[in-house]
Design a protein around this ligand. Structure first.
Ligand code: COA
Length: 174
C-alpha cells in the first residue's frame, strides 16, 4: 500500500533493531495495552510471530531510510474483550513517538481501510482505545469510525486492570 508520503510493507527480521528502538518506549505500548519491548531479541521474536502474517504492515515514510516508524494491521477480534460481531476484524496501530501528530496514523489507517474494501467483503471493523488515550480515538473518528459505547478489558493484560475502553466501529460502504 502506498500514498504520496508512505509505504506500508511487510515486516522483516532486519527491522528488529529499529522496532526495539520505538517499541521499548513505555509511552507507545502502554497506551495500546502491551508492555515495552525489553531487548532486540524480543522485538525480533515479535516480528517472527505477531507481525508474521498478511494483515500486519510496517509503516515507512518515503524519502527517509525506509525503516519502520510504526505498525498497523487487522486480525480476528475473538481474543479481545471488545463486543465484536461474529468474524468482525479488530484493527490496531502505533506510531513512534517522534512522529506523533503529523497525520501519519490517519493516513495509514485510510490506506488499510481502502485495502480491506478492495480485497475482502467484510462489512465492518471494530477497535477500541483506553479512555485516557484520546489521540487514538481521534484517528479512528477521522477515518469514519463511530463510538458504540464503553467496556473494560481483561485485568491480566498489561496496565489493563479495570481500565475503561471506548469502543468504535466502522461500517464499510459496499
Ligand atoms: C494514537 C497514535 C497511533 C496516533 O498516531 P498519530 O500519527 O500521531 O495520529 P494522527 O496525527 O493521524 O492523529 C492524531 C490526532 O489526535 C489528536 N490528539 C493528539 N493528542 C490528543 C489529546 N491528548 N487529546 C485529544 N486529541 C489528541 C491530534 O490533534 C490529531 O487530531 P487532529 O488531526 O484532529 O488534530 C499514536 O499517538 C500512538 O502510537 N500512540 C501510542 C500507541 C497507541 O495508542 N496505539 C493505539 C492503541 S488503541
Amino acid at each position: 500500500m502506498e500514498s504520496n508520503r508512505m509505504i506500508l510493507r511487510p515486516w522483516r527480521e532486519s527491522d528488529a533493531e529499529v522496532l526495539f528502538k520505538w517499541a521499548s518506549d513505555p509511552d507507545v505500548g502502554g497506551r495500546a495495552g502491551w508492555p515495552p519491548h525489553k531487548s532486540v531479541e524480543e522485538s525480533r521474536e515479535i516480528i517472527r510471530t505477531v507481525f508474521n502474517n498478511d494483515t500486519t504492515w510496517a509503516i515507512t515514510l518515503k524519502g527517509e531510510s525506509g525503516e519502520p516508524i510504526g505498525a498497523i494491521g487487522y486480525g480476528p477480534s475473538c481474543d479481545c474483550d471488545l463486543p465484536a460481531r461474529e468474524n468482525e476484524p479488530l484493527i490496531g496501530y502505533w506510531i513512534a513517538k517522534p512522529y506523533w501528530n503529523r497525520g501519519i496514523c490517519t493516513e495509514a489507517l485510510r490506506l488499510m481501510i481502502n485495502y480491506i474494501c478492495e480485497t475482502t467483503d467484510m462489512p465492518s471493523l471494530i477497535s477500541g482505545h483506553f479512555i485516557d488515550n484520546p489521540a487514538s480515538g481521534r484517528v479512528m473518528e477521522k477515518c469514519g469510525f463511530i463510538p458504540t459505547g464503553e467496556t473494560c478489558i481483561d485485568s491480566t493484560q498489561y496496565l489493563g486492570e479495570n481500565r475503561p475502553i471506548r469502543v468504535l466501529r466502522l461500517e464499510l460502504k459496499r
